[in-house]
Write a protein of this length. Structure first.
Lengths: 306, 526
């Protein structure tokens, strides 16, 4: 396996958790809810995924546990913001703080323990093809699921009636309610879908990316996923583009640092953020399209009169 | 009556003793209503009389606290809008229940319970719209459509469900007179097809013209059932309001055209702020001392954008585009323009005209701390609450603001009383220039008459008054000249003596641009 191939593989691994968390949050925001707790839900997924895999010996059960815990953790957010109409920004921030602290406490005993890694696919013959073999047929299974997830969400949002209903709730919850659409119920489902995705994305970090538990190991990836959703103007395939761009530049700059290029390392470290923002701003420069894609009810609390 | 046994086949809907309570307010109190098959039944009442609450209960959006609804003789419970649709009740909302970022067809699909693909729904909608002569592009984004076109979507959406009863909530309040005529034709046709229509309005002339029966509501109670064709407009008004409404008096004055212009707008243009808002195109207008100029227009033709530019909520690039009392004001903010002697009343009362959770006195201070600095702010920047409070009470007295506490929060007042306070707050300063957007929107007839009279008197005392309104009757009552806003352009003001409903209506529809000269010129060059 050549150096170039290896770099491409690491890029996919760096991008996948951003993509999964980002696509999950995209669905949440398309329903009109702003959940700033992605980082907290991810870290909860990371710690439960690691712990469950350790206890059962199966990384798949780890992912399953992370999915359930992510969804349950987001349920807390949903109850507060949807049923009790609390401020979404403040509640989301609180969820992140809670997740970071709580996961540190739960994960104390896992520190320094060797983790269980989810292996890569190995399809006879196909995975051994030159160049494309490892890239297309030899990645970890979650990588494939993340791409399917992106396509599935795009199809759901723009091609199905349920997706249309979800977008309508995000566009104007007052009108949706007047038509008899269950605004709160749909938002509950969307928020929990986002939570489940964030949980899986977190578990990817502790079961695939670096199979171990370290406190705060999400290292701000939840925030990047949030930013990707906005800069991708709430379109699933653009989130994928953004996630891979971010992954590519962050891996590229690591190699550049290793090669000892005469550029300050701080500047190189900030490069992924700058490049991603610049590119996504460029692709969303059509203001009209951006406005149409922006969920108009985003972050506004909804209290139905009855 | 045989209806009590559910025997009268001509009755489609019967409502008995329907009651809805919000907190301490009985929005609907023991309301009775019967709608026959193939009749247009009007629900008359002032704003806040409980009309919208009543129909929301019929459409399943609100749950009644007490009472019975019978549909074709059978008692029914309408728990949700989809239950109402299943029965055959359709509704066209006053503030449309549409989604800006979706296409017309997607909007229609959302309210149908079938799972048909969008393309099928689009085709059906188009066929139906053609047969009723209501042209509709199913793939247009709703945000790009005019108010009249949006209403068309709502009506088509409603008709696609083949309802037996169609509820229309103030359908003409957003239409030009010509668009309204078109709507009446459609309603006539629906009635001929045997459908029943529950028609909510406070416009008496159209009720007299269209409706076969009327139920009048006042303060949540039914005050009478009548045949509107046998009543006069004033007898209907008396039933709605409960007493005679004082007519507004406007004496024409001579020589206004020689008075100095206190508010001058010169070639004001503005690019659209959002994809769905209207650009302003070269607006010029003078408002002279002593006159009231009215700006008519269908909602969403740039009136809001114009108000923002004139009031200083949005500044202009060129200071000379807005001049107040002869001074360039285009680069000044609201306080700067107030200091030049201008006063502004925005359309939205809560959150724009007043801070909802602050007391009236605090709201007074917020808008006038700059202009009344000497009176309201003492040494070291400490607020003289006593002086502010005295002024607030004075405004309450002169404008007859009804309230429950001495100095309540703005949100605790009813819409009409808050509007009286907000207008009074500006009038109290005796401003040289007054700009008001929708002065009596949602205000009851008595309060509206008071506000209108106060605006006329302000002008007659030597101020320039500019009123933006969707209510043509109001503009004809108070204006010395009426200009029309259409698609971001403003027509020349027509002196009231020359203005007719028809002329203004044509201008509102954009059929005959007020810029006939410009159009003619374009044709010559073409």
């Amino acid at each position: 396996m050549g150096m170039f191939e290896a770099i491409l593989l690491t890029i996919a691994t760096a991008a996948t958790p951003l993509l999964i968390a980002g696509v999950g949050e995209l669905v949440v925001e398309r329903s009109g809810v702003l959940n700033l707790g992605v980082e907290g839900m991810m870290i909860m997924g990371a710690v439960t995924g690691f712990g469950a895999a350790l206890a059962t010996g199966s990384p798949w059960l780890g992912f399953l546990a992370a999915l359930v815990v992510g969804a349950l953790f987001s349920l807390l957010f949903a109850v507060l913001t949807l049923s009790l109409a609390t401020n979404q920004v403040a509640t989301g921030l609180a969820l992140t703080l809670l997740g970071l602290g709580f996961s540190g406490m739960l994960g104390e005993r896992f520190v320094g323990m060797p983790g269980i890694k989810l292996g890569n696919l190995d399809i006879p013959y196909l995975s051994d093809l030159p160049v494309v073999g490892k890239l297309v047929f030899g990645q970890d299974p979650i990588f494939y699921l993340s791409v399917i997830l992106t396509g599935g969400v795009a199809w759901f949002l723009f091609r199905t009636r349920a997706g249309l209903t979800l977008r309508s709730v995000g566009d104007n919850h007052g009108s949706a309610h007047a038509l008899g659409i269950n605004v709160i119920g749909i938002r509950y489902l969307a928020v929990m879908f986002g939570g489940a995705c964030a949980g899986v994305a977190g578990a990817y970090l502790s079961l695939v990316y670096t199979p171990q538990w370290v406190e705060n190991m999400t290292a701000g990836r939840g925030w990047i996923a949030l930013a990707l959703v906005v800069f991708a103007s709430w379109r699933p395939w653009r989130v994928l583009a953004g996630a891979y761009l971010f992954g590519a530049v962050s891996i590229g700059q690591l190699h550049a640092q290793a090669l000892g290029i005469g550029v300050p390392s701080q500047l190189l470290s900030s490069l992924p953020y700058l490049a991603t923002i610049a590119v996504l701003v460029l692709i969303s420069r059509n203001r009209r399209l951006t406005m149409i894609n922006t969920p108009a009810s985003l972050g506004r609390p909804f209290v139905p009169d009855r | 009556m045989s209806a009590q046994n559910g025997g009268d086949a001509a009755l489609l809907l019967e409502v008995r003793g329907l009651t809805k309570i919000f907190g301490a307010l009985k929005a609907c109190d023991n309301v009775d209503l019967t709608v026959r098959r193939g009749e247009i039944h009007s629900l008359l009442g002032e704003n806040g009389a409980g009309k919208s609450t009543l129909v929301k209960m019929l459409f399943g959006s609100l749950e009644p606290n007490a009472g019975e609804i019978r549909w074709q003789g059978q008692p029914v419970r309408i728990g949700s809008p989809s239950a109402a649709r299943k029965l055959g009740i359709g509704m066209v909302f006053q503030h449309f229940s549409l989604f800006d970022a979706l296409t017309a067809a997607e909007n229609i699909a959302l309210s149908l319970d079938s799972d048909a693909p969008i393309s099928t729904i689009a085709a059906k909608a188009q066929a139906l719209s053609h047969s009723y002569g209501l042209p509709l592009d199913p793939f247009a984004l709703v945000g790009d459509l005019s108010v009249g076109e949006r209403q068309r979507i709502e009506i088509i959406r409603c008709l696609l469900q083949t309802p037996r009863l169609i509820i229309l909530d103030e359908p003409t309040s957003v239409l030009t007179p010509q668009e309204a005529d078109k709507l009446f034709e459609t309603l006539d046709r629906l009635r001929a097809e045997g459908k029943s229509i529950l028609y909510i309005s406070h416009r008496l002339e159209e009720v007299k013209r269209m409706c076969d029966a009327a139920t009048v509501l006042r303060h949540g109670k039914v005050v009478g059932h009548c045949d509107p064709r046998k009543e006069t407009a004033s007898s209907l008004a008396r039933m709605m309001v409960g007493n005679e409404v004082q007519a507004v008096v406007r004496q024409p004055v001579a020589g206004i055209d020689k008075a100095p212009a206190l508010l001058e707008v010169r070639n004001l243009s503005r690019p659209p702020a959002t994809p769905f808002s209207i650009p302003l195109r070269g607006i010029s207008l003078n408002v002279r001392a002593g006159e009231v100029i009215g700006i008519a227009g269908v909602a969403g033709n740039g009136q809001g954008e114009f108000f923002e530019a004139v009031s200083g909520e949005v500044m202009q690039a060129d200071a000379g585009t807005v001049r107040i009392r002869g001074k360039d004001a285009g680069r000044l903010n609201i306080s700067g323009r107030r200091l030049l002697g201008a006063a502004f009343v925005p359309e939205e009362r809560l959150g724009h005209g007043a801070a909802p959770r602050m007391r009236l006195s605090e709201n007074l201070l917020l808008s006038r701390y700059a202009t009344d600095r000497k009176a309201f702010v003492g040494a070291g920047g400490v607020v003289r609450m006593g002086a502010v409070d005295t002024a607030a009470q004075r405004i309450v007295q002169t404008m007859d603001v009804r309230k429950s506490a001495r100095d309540p929060e703005a949100a605790a007042l009813s819409g009409g009383n808050l509007q009286k306070f907000i207008i009074g707050r500006e009038l109290d300063r005796k401003p040289a220039v007054m700009v008001v957007n929708q002065p009596t929107w949602g205000v009851d007839a008595g309060a509206a008459a008071k506000i209108r009279q106060a605006l006329i008197e302000l002008a007659r005392s030597g101020s320039a008054v500019l009123v933006i309104s969707q209510d043509l009757d109001e503009l004809f009552e108070i204006s010395d000249a009426i200009a029309v806003m259409h698609d971001g352009e403003l027509s020349k003001p027509l002196p009231i003596a020359e203005a007719t409903f028809e002329k203004i209506g044509l201008l509102m529809g954009g059929a005959e641009p007020g810029h006939a000269a410009a159009t003619g010129h374009a044709m010559e060059t073409a």
